[in-house]
Design a protein around this ligand. Structure first.
Ligand code: 13P
Ligand code: SF4
Length: 310
């Protein structure tokens, strides 16, 4: 790409020319968030992807999110700037072993977190996100046993919160498992007024010290409505861009990881760059394609979720 090219202006031009919409997750780099038409958490992005009448959905997020957009809106062309943008959580649940696990508990209903492949969605009864998981679990009759997959941390948190016993799949997010309780505690000593806010994909010990727990959208809203001036944020660092923009007078400190690298950046989310976004809009690829039988099977539990979380 010519270094003199104004990529921001070019992306705006391509949006109009191609009737394209850019949907971005909060974990994308700030430049991508700034050119997006909609920025959201997994639930908001799925809802937006379903209702858009744009011809092209450019998904600035990871593969399972773009795949979810295709499941919900198959007549649209769905593009992902880097097809290799995966997810450690989705990778932790391969379809074969998961089917065997499910078959061992035939009387259980399967609730799967949206961070999973279309194959896992197709093997599930209801999908949930971190924003609506409690509501989804509570929609299931109390005497109905539940399998929750693939995130064991979110599952354990929800089991405690709802009082429901759930059989958990042993998966986790590499970004949310990296926070150091010891370093968070030391940080809190230096910033005693700071509120600790955390995503429920974090480990139990971190969640135990959090003042507020929620999805990325819920954390952002909390940071806007709460009266504190300082926050220690235990989730991926991309969200700080919107928090800081919405509340310029507040201080947001990323919760430190248990080593000295910037491991609370999601390496999958961060594979997308503004340049790749521009090229993918220009050439209309990489594109998400899906087998129709798989798509319909994966759509069923997604529709159930969207109906419950209306
Ligand atoms: P939410 O977007 O639901 O907050 O989930 C965060 C996440 O890890 C997405 O990959
Ligand atoms: Fe997956 Fe975790 Fe990255 Fe989200 S932050 S895409 S759950 S690896």
């Amino acid at each position: 790409i010519d270094a003199h090219l104004d990529i921001f202006a070019e992306i705006e031009r391509l949006k109009k020319e191609k009737n394209a919409i850019i949907l971005a997750h909060y974990y994308q780099e700030p430049d991508i968030q700034d050119v997006a038409d909609y920025i959201g958490d997994s639930l908001g992005l799925a809802q937006k992807a379903r209702e858009t009448d744009a011809s092209i959905i450019v998904f600035a997020g990871v593969h399972f999110m773009a795949e979810t957009a295709k499941i919900l809106n198959p007549s649209k062309k769905v593009l992902l700037p880097d097809l290799k943008a995966g997810c450690s959580l989705a990778d932790s649940a391969p379809a074969g072993p998961f089917k065997a696990f499910r078959d061992k508990h035939p009387d259980h209903i399967v609730i799967s977190y949206i961070n999973c492949t279309a194959e896992i969605k197709a093997l599930s009864d209801i999908i949930c996100t971190s924003g609506n998981a409690e509501k989804i679990i509570e929609s299931v009759p109390k005497d109905q046993p539940i399998i929750f997959a693939p995130d064991k941390n979110l599952g354990a948190y929800l089991a405690k919160k709802t009082g429901r016993e759930m059989v958990l799949w042993n998966g986790a997010c590499m970004v949310h498992e990296i926070f150091s309780l010891e370093k968070i505690t030391k940080l809190k000593v230096r910033h005693p007024q700071a509120k600790i806010i955390a995503h429920p994909e974090c480990e139990e010990a971190v969640l135990a010290v959090a003042d507020y727990i929620g999805s990325t959208t819920q954390l952002l809203k909390y940071s806007q409505t709460d009266s504190s001036k300082e926050y220690i944020v235990a989730t991926e660092t991309g969200i700080l861009h919107q928090m800081q923009q919405a509340s310029p007078d507040k201080t947001f400190i990323p919760a430190p990881p248990n080593n000295n690298c910037a491991c609370n950046d999601c390496p999958h989310m961060k594979l997308n760059t503004l340049e790749k976004l521009y090229l993918c809009m220009m050439y209309e690829q990489p594109e998400i394609h899906m087998d129709e039988t798989l798509r319909l099977a994966a759509k069923k539990p997604m529709d159930r979720m969207l109906e419950i979380s209306k």
